[in-house]
Every structure is written in structure tokens, then in C-alpha cells.
Design a protein around this ligand. Structure first.
Ligand code: ADP
Length: 471
């Protein structure tokens, strides 16, 4: 079965609610009306009975109504009150007098009934006749030596007619009301859901190549507007992420194209000429270097990709960053020396941080490597480790070429190399600082770069100082 649409569901819900409400209202009003008209009839009969008793006399055992025929009020009352009446002699159970209506309706009480009613408290009895239903009040009346049973009543037909016509009205009112409610709610639901359909249509038109599109916000500040705003915010994030992805792909392609072109060029030149073994060796050695650079870049990329996709878990151990920095600077001394750059380490003893030793090592190596790389012969690189309060600080300072001011905000971006012309392609792929930034963030630390072109740079990293992790 096809699931119901929201519009149908809303319409059904409102129609059912309206029909339940209308039926409830109808039942209550019917009952109130029924009780009201019944009470009025009963009161009317009581009035007729007590009035008639006042005019009832017994002459020679026969009932007569003594009233002034010239008094129109009395005449009217007697005419109305005597439409349904009977008088029985209790002793014999004999019917002494009755109105035409009861005679036509063949209403008869047996002597046993008469005796029974005579001994019970005055009350009412409903009689069904061919002429309709009649309600009768019975009371005993005394006249001379005998007692009599007087029945006075009225037809219940007006009540029934009133109730029937009320029911008839309801029989129209309820279906009409429900139908109107259904039509109105179908229309309203359609109108209310129109913006949803519009949103859906607008959303379906958003494709990867058109992520700059946004859903319309109508300015009504309702739930749908809020939904559209939230969706637009998601779209903005998506657009940014996709933009970065595109940029990333473009950068990778660009980064791969150059080394591949070099490899291909070298191979073509080598094949074109008849070369000596030595020349081939030189070509192969140069290609090997290029391969190494490519491998390094791909490895860095893989690490970054794994790190950013959440695959990499950062260990939480006590890392003696002082001794680590010292060891690493010792290892890098040769590299620095080969560039005629002096490398020193001023490290407070026993500064520890909580974190992943492999990643912290990578951070120090990257920063020191950059500092050596971008410092001219005769320059200095200084690694400092210190602690102030809860934070451990690692600083790598150089008096090298520095970073131009406009490049500073970008140095943590992937593949970004400040002023490509002055940076040798062989120096790196522009991925090192992205990895450093990621690692520092993962350690809940901060990174700050101060640099002046041609004067030098200082990278300062602060990490939470070693607290023994209870885990
Ligand atoms: P790379 O692998 O190219 O060194 P990084 O991400 O480590 O990539 O650095 C990005 C860019 O920031 C470098 O290409 C360089 O232009 C600049 N940079 C980083 N460190 C220094 C430094 N100590 N001195 C001058 N420029 C630097």
C-alpha cells in the first residue's frame, strides 16, 4: 500500500477530530434538549392535573367539571386540560368519564390496574396507542363518600417531533461539518505544505556543481524558514568542504605533474642520445631522487588524509619533550652543518607533555627542518623548550629568509609554499605545517608563527604540560 501523504494525513486527522467533536457536541445537545422538553411536558401535565382537580366535582357519583363557561381563560384551560383524561371509580375499577382522544386511542385500565395505581404514590405512566404515545398523570381524588382515580395527560408527540427534527438537523450538520472540515483542511494543508514542496524543489536543483545555490528564506521566521536557514548553513559548510576538496585535487595534480614531467623528460633525453653507462647512471640517480621526493610527498599526503579522516589515534603518554628536542637537534646537526647553519638547543630539563611521542617528534623535526631549510649559510637555528605553569613551550627560531606577511595566514594550508620562486621545489611539498597544525590541535595545544621577511621566523608551540593520565 502506498504510504499516505502528509497532506492526506493532516486532512484525515482534522476530519476525524471535527467529526468526533461534532458528534460529542450533538450527543450532549440532544440529551440536554431531550431532558428539557421532557421536563416541560411533565410540568405541563402537572399543571393540567392540579388545575383540573380544582374544577372536578362528583354529582351522583359522576364526575363533572364546574367552571365558568363565560370566562375565556377557564374555557381555554378546560379545553386543553381535558384532551387527555379519564376518571375511574376505585372501588369498582369502572371508567366513569374520558376524553375523546383517549377513547379513540382505546386506552383502558383494568380494575386491577386502577387498584394498583390507587395505592401507589401519584406518578406518570407512558401509554402507546395507535394515535401515538401519551403520558398520563394519575392521582386519587375524593368526591363525597367515594374515591376516584384521575388520569390527566398529554401527547408526547410534540416532544418526539422536536427531537426528531433536531436529529434530522444533526444528520445534516455532522456530515456537512466533517465535509467542510475535510475540504478546509485539505486546502490549508496544501497551502501550508506548499513552501515544503518549494523547498524540496529548490533542494533537488542543488547539485555538486551548483553548491553556491541556497534555499529560499521567506522571512516568515517559522519552522520552515528555520529549516531552510539550517539547510543553507549545511550547504555553506558543504560548499566550503567541496571547494577545499577541489583545491586539494587541483593541488595534487599540479604537484604530481611537475615531477612526472621531469622524469619523463629525463627518460626521453636519455633514450634519444647514445649515452655512456655513466650518463645513464646520472639520469637514473636523478630520477631516484625525484622518486624519493614523490614517495615522501605521497607518504605525507597519506598521513594527512588518514589523520583528517579520524583514522589516526593519538596516544596519551608522558613525553619528555626536553630530551626529545635535544636528541633530535643532535641528529639534525649534520644536516645543518652541511648547510653551514648552526643549530642549538636550549632546553629546560625534564619538561614533559602528555601526548603521542611519534607525533611530537614529527612536529619538532618538521619545524627544525623548515628552519634549517629556510636559513642561509652562516645563519642560526635555535630550539627552545621551557615550561610556564600548566603549559610547555617549544620554540624554533631562525634568522633565515622569513615569511612574507601576506603568506603568513596560508602557511598551514596544504601544498602552500610561500613565494614559490624563492623556494626550491625540492625543499618540500608544503604539507609539513599542515601536519604540524593537525598534531598540535589533537594535543589541545596552540601554534603561533612570528616572522619577518629577510629577518627570520619563530614558531611557538604550546602544549599542556605533562599530567599523568590515569588511563
Ligand atoms: P614545506 O614542506 O614546503 O616546508 P611546510 O608546510 O612545512 O611545507 O611550510 C609551508 C611554507 O611555509 C614553506 O614552503 C615556506 O615557504 C614557509 N615556511 C615554513 N617555515 C619557514 C621558516 N622557518 N622560514 C621561512 N619560511 C618558512
Amino acid at each position: 500500500m502506498r504510504p499516505l501523504t502528509l497532506r492526506t494525513k493532516l486532512t484525515l486527522f482534522y476530519s476525524i477530530t471535527v467529526s468526533v467533536l461534532l458528534t460529542g457536541f450533538a450527543l450532549i445537545s440532544y440529551n440536554v434538549l431531550a431532558v428539557g422538553v421532557d421536563r416541560d411536558l411533565t410540568q405541563d401535565i402537572l399543571d393540567r392535573t392540579s388545575g383540573l382537580r380544582g374544577y372536578l366535582r362528583f354529582e351522583d357519583g359522576q364526575p363533572v367539571f364546574a367552571y365558568d363557561v363565560n370566562d375565556p381563560d377557564e374555557l381555554t384551560f378546560i379545553n386543553r386540560a381535558t384532551r387527555y383524561y379519564q376518571v375511574y371509580e376505585i372501588a369498582t375499577g369502572m371508567l366513569l368519564a374520558e376524553s375523546d382522544e383517549l377513547q379513540n386511542g382505546e386506552v383502558r385500565f383494568s380494575p386491577a390496574d386502577v387498584t394498583h395505581y390507587a395505592v401507589t404514590a401519584p406518578s406518570f405512566v407512558d401509554i402507546h396507542t395507535d394515535q401515538g404515545n401519551i403520558r398520563l398523570r394519575y392521582e386519587t381524588v375524593s368526591g363525597g363518600r367515594d374515591t376516584y382515580l384521575l388520569f390527566v395527560g398529554a401527547s408526547t408527540q410534540p416532544i418526539e417531533e422536536t427531537l426528531d427534527s433536531f436529529l434530522e438537523g444533526l444528520a445534516w450538520l455532522i456530515p456537512t461539518g466533517v465535509l467542510l472540515a475535510a475540504v478546509a483542511s485539505w486546502f490549508m494543508a496544501g497551502k501550508a505544505l506548499q513552501p515544503v514542496a518549494a523547498l524540496g524543489k529548490a533542494a533537488s536543483e542543488i547539485v555538486l556543481s551548483r553548491l553556491d545555490r541556497r534555499l529560499p528564506v521567506r522571512g516568515t521566521d517559522d519552522e520552515l524558514d528555520k529549516l531552510a536557514i539550517q539547510f543553507n548553513e549545511t550547504l555553506a559548510r558543504l560548499e566550503k568542504a567541496v571547494g577545499e576538496m577541489k583545491q586539494f585535487t587541483a593541488s595534487i595534480s599540479h604537484e604530481l605533474r611537475t615531477p612526472l614531467a621531469i622524469l619523463r623528460g629525463e627518460a626521453e633525453v636519455a633514450l634519444m642520445r647514445t649515452n655512456s653507462t655513466d650518463q645513464y647512471r646520472r639520469v637514473l640517480a636523478s630520477q631516484l631522487e625525484e622518486f624519493e621526493r614523490l614517495t615522501r610527498m605521497i607518504n605525507q599526503l597519506l598521513t594527512l588524509a588518514r589523520a583528517e579522516s579520524g583514522e589516526v589515534k593519538i596516544a596519551s603518554e608522558q613525553v619528555n619533550i626536553s630530551s626529545m628536542a635535544r636528541t633530535l637537534t643532535e641528529q639534525l646537526e649534520l644536516v645543518a652543518a652541511s648547510k653551514n647553519v648552526s643549530l642549538s638547543c636550549t632546553c629546560d630539563p625534564e619538561v614533559t607533555v602528555t601526548g603521542d611521542s611519534a607525533w611530537i617528534e614529527r612536529v619538532i623535526l618538521n619545524l627544525a627542518d623548515n628552519a634549517i631549510k629556510f636559513t642561509q649559510p652562516g645563519g642560526h637555528v635555535r630550539v627552545t623548550v621551557s615550561q610556564a605553569g600548566p603549559m610547555a613551550t617549544l620554540e624554533v627560531e631562525d634568522d633565515g629568509i622569513g615569511i612574507p606577511e601576506e603568506a603568513l595566514p596560508h602557511i598551514f594550508e596544504r601544498f602552500y609554499r610561500a613565494d614559490a620562486s624563492r623556494t626550491n621545489r625540492a625543499d618540500g611539498a608544503g604539507l609539513g605545517l599542515s601536519l604540524v597544525k593537525w598534531a598540535v590541535d589533537q594535543h589541545h595545544g596552540s601554534i603561533h608563527v612570528d616572522s619577518t621577511a629577510r629577518k627570520g621566523s619563530r614558531v611557538r608551540i604550546q602544549l599542556p604540560a605533562g599530567i599523568i593520565n590515569p588511563n
